[in-house]
Design a binder for this molecule. Structure first.
Ligand code: SF4
Length: 71
């Protein structure tokens, strides 16, 4: 499998799962998501992404060895 094919949000260190197919990206701070809902206290959200998406900021999760060093 080539390197591009192995890039999915689901495999990225910045991905946080919401359900089986979707999650949020935490690479950057939340972005303004509009002010159309007056019931909400704030209108900032982390971007929602599919587990199959990816972007140029993709990074593999940090792996810690048994000795505590980063692999
Ligand atoms: S959008 Fe990019 S940085 Fe965010 S989880 Fe997906 S691959 Fe990672």
């Amino acid at each position: 499998m080539n390197e591009i094919a192995e890039r999915h949000c689901e495999l990225c260190r910045y991905f946080v799962a919401v359900d089986a197919l979707n999650g949020t990206c935490h690479r950057f701070p939340p972005v303004f998501a509009g002010d159309s809902s007056p019931r909400e206290n704030h209108h900032w959200r982390f971007p929602q992404v599919s587990i199959h998406a990816w972007c140029g900021e993709f990074q593999r999760p940090v792996q810690i060895s048994s000795s505590g060093t980063t692999i």
